[in-house]
Design a protein around this ligand. Structure first.
Ligand SMILES: *Cc1c(COP(=O)(O)O)cnc(C)c1O
Length: 376
């Protein structure tokens, strides 16, 4: 039987091969490989897409987050409220600037930080809230920003998995003070390599990030701060300009594929399907179901289902098997198993099914047959 991968980037490439190759070859023959108009044009196009005045491109989503915290002068003695159920980078950069991540449990339905629990985690040291629009689902930014406003906290959106998602008709990355994006190949807008960007309506933040991302250099060989080297390569900016033109239609296809899974999986016992909140536009970076634990099984039943799918050539993924508050590196923060029960349960139950814009109906049916065989 043909294998079904979790994502198939080569298929997408072949669909728009001529456009991508023309853009990349133009850069190669120009001899200008770093910076230039192609990068600044991409920044303008992306700012326009998100609906902000400023965009600074950089080398990765991780750097976008790191540069943001540096530009906001967040460091030693500061606390940042975030989710324990995300990719490690979200918390890693908080620690890297010397601040402390404070993990708040997640909402059962959305896997996103539970806005109702945020207030209790705010202390006199809290500087910012760092929500993640996980799997492409925007968090309720109306309520989160109202809370942040009440306590005078900054909101930094981790939009790595949600490029193009919207909350109340505003694109994520334009709602909090700063939005951080990743163009890692598997994200909704993915480069052919690493890339990232910061979006904001605050020119002072953008200016500070521009300085930091090139060695804190305010003038040629004049360094005001300790920064880093974090550029978006010109060739990646050229490719991203091409792909940005397709993003809305790809996101639309993802939503249609999700609706097909919803329909085909509806009657299955023992699983829960992902739910999109009313008020938001979900862009389905992942289609993540829950597979409930079984009493007759001493490990997550999800793991057994996953292995069985794998035997059928169906590659599903687990994002994320260990929540961040239980990671070995965060032992010193003192979190215990059971303290953030929803994050713990999600880590045991989640399974992301293959979903990418070129996935066929036959492949989706095959995934569903595989699941049906092992859940009844
Ligand atoms: C991918 C991702 C990042 C990091 O982006 P990179 O470009 O890989 O550095 C950060 N946060 C979340 C939620 C992500 O999914």
């Amino acid at each position: 039987m043909k294998q079904i991968p979790p994502v198939d980037l080569a298929r997408q490439y072949h669909l728009i091969r001529e456009e991508i190759e023309a853009a990349a070859l133009e850069v190669l023959s120009s001899g200008r490989y770093i910076g230039g108009a192609i990068v600044s044009d991409f920044e303008k196009q992306f700012a326009n897409y998100v609906g902000v005045s400023e965009c600074v491109a950089c080398n990765s989503g991780t750097d976008a987050l790191y540069l943001t915290l540096r530009a906001l002068n967040i460091g030693q003695g500061d606390e940042i409220i975030t989710t324990p159920f995300t990719f490690f980078a979200t918390a890693e950069i908080i620690s890297r600037v010397g601040a402390k991540p404070v993990f708040v449990d997640i909402d059962t339905k959305t896997f996103n930080i539970d806005v109702d629990l945020v207030e209790a985690a705010i202390t006199s040291q809290t500087k910012a809230i760092l929500p993640v629009h996980l799997f492409g689902q925007p968090i309720d930014m109306t309520r989160l920003c109202a809370m942040a406003h009440k306590y005078n906290l900054i909101v930094i959106e981790d939009c790595a998995q949600a490029t193009g998602a919207q909350w109340a008709d505003k694109t994520v990355g334009s709602i909090g003070q700063v939005g951080c994006f990743s163009f890692f190949p598997t994200k909704n807008l993915g480069a052919c390599g690493d890339g990232g960007a910061v979006t904001t309506n605050d020119p002072a933040i953008a200016k500070s990030i521009r300085l930091l991302k090139e060695h804190g250099m305010s003038d040629r060989y004049l360094h005001d701060e300790i920064g880093l080297n974090s550029r978006l390569d010109t060739i990646q900016a050229a490719i991203l300009q091409v792909k940005l033109r397709h993003l809305d239609s790809w996101n639309q296809q993802r939503a249609e594929l999700a609706a097909v899974y919803d329909r085909l999986l509806q009657p299955l016992p023992g699983i829960e399907l992902p739910q999109a909140l009313a008020g938001g536009k979900h862009v389905w970076n992942q289609y993540t179901i829950r597979i409930r634990d079984r009493e007759d099984c001493n490990r997550p039943y999800r793991d057994i289902v996953r292995e069985k799918l794998q035997h059928l050539g169906i590659m599903s993924m687990v994002y994320y098997p260990i929540p961040l508050h239980l990671q070995p590196v965060y032992k010193e923060l003192g979190y215990q198993l059971g303290q953030l029960p929803e994050a713990d349960r999600a880590a045991r139950e989640v399974l992301s099914l293959p979903l990418f814009p070129t996935l066929s109906f036959e492949e989706q049916q095959q995934v569903v047959y595989g699941l049906k065989d092992h859940l009844t």
